[in-house]
Design a protein around this ligand. Structure first.
Ligand code: UTP
Length: 292
């Protein structure tokens, strides 16, 4: 890279999916608002976005997802009661999470036609600039956060970046998988990618983990993207086409990934993050040990 790449300011968080794997919990509560320890999954994701320097978050929502917009706004009555009871620590924590003026936009995906279609719904709000996509049901416990690690790489490479993690090759058919050309440290130059490869055909064990930095040209490809795996309009398929025109770098980030859209993943995230908490870790360890 000779010139500095355009600064990354915006992130798309698609929250319009049905969350069928964790029903009935998601019947009336959006999956992204299910708690991990004592705050919603989405709270961890927004924290990661802000840490990475994101200034504007675009939520792609759907029906029954109104609670997401409310979560980042004041709850005047609750706040007054916490104030009256002197519960200032939790009040301060809640205030710190509120959306800053103009920081969040909400657009709708009328039908959950797939991740690629959800991202495309944000095209007018993003405009012609690079943007991040963060899967809001995937918590990455990393220091710094996974998106910040991608941003650091992006400032050197420019182009498109995809966060990846190593998975058991036997499980590769469950994920989007990267086809690597060469590797330097944790950065992998890519020559292709495939969504949910048939068992035994995966080109690597590097799974696309839910953090992306993309160039706006992806929107033109998404506009014409046909349905792929699972009958859904897949972001992976559009990225695979964009790769013919632009560079893609996979970054194997440092951190532990928790897929909270899955029963066991959600359980694991609760256990892992409770054990790490200075205020809860010891009590959590005792409670869990007693069960084993
Ligand atoms: P998932 O496939 O994990 O979410 O998509 P899902 O469809 O809600 O879950 P299941 O499979 O039915 O349990 C990853 C993210 O993309 C969003 C989801 O909300 C989720 O956060 N998504 C997915 C959309 O916004 N729109 C879609 O059409 C599909």
């Amino acid at each position: 890279m000779t010139s500095k790449p355009a600064r990354l300011r915006k992130a798309v968080l698609p929250v319009a999916g049905l969350g069928t794997r964790v029903l009935p919990g998601t019947k009336t509560t959006p999956k992204e608002l299910l708690n991990v320890v004592d705050r919603p999954i989405l709270s961890y994701i927004v924290e990661e976005a802000r840490e990475a320097g994101i200034e504007h978050i675009v939520f792609v929502t759907g029906r029954s997802k109104g609670a997401i917009e409310d979560y980042f706004d004041h709850q005047i009555e609750l706040e007054a009661q916490l104030e009256a009871k002197g519960k200032t620590a939790i009040l301060e924590m809640m205030n710190a999470e509120l959306a800053k003026a103009g920081e969040m936009s909400f657009t709708r995906q009328m039908q959950p036609k797939g991740l690629g279609h959800a991202v495309w719904c944000a095209r007018d709000i993003i405009g012609h600039e690079p943007f991040a996509v963060m899967l809001p049901d995937v918590i990455v416990d990393g220091q710094p956060g996974a998106l910040k690690q991608l941003v650091d790489a992006y400032e050197e490479t420019g182009g498109n970046l995809i966060g990846v993690e190593s998975v058991d090759i036997a499980d590769a058919h469950k994920y989007g998988i990267v086809d690597p050309a060469s590797r330097e440290g944790n950065r992998i130059t890519m020559k292709g990618m495939v969504e949910k490869p048939a068992p035994g055909t995966a080109p690597s064990n590097l799974s696309i983990a839910g953090r992306y930095i993309l160039q706006p040209e992806i929107f033109d490809l998404l506009a014409t993207q046909e349905r792929g795996a699972g009958g859904e309009i897949q972001l992976t398929d559009a990225m695979d086409r964009l790769m013919h025109e632009q560079s893609f770098t996979a970054v194997e980030y440092a951190g532990v990934t928790h897929d909270c859209g899955d029963k066991i993943g959600l359980l694991r995230a609760n256990v892992a993050l409770a054990l790490k908490r200075p205020d809860l870790g010891e009590a959590a360890r005792k409670a869990i040990s007693a069960l084993l």
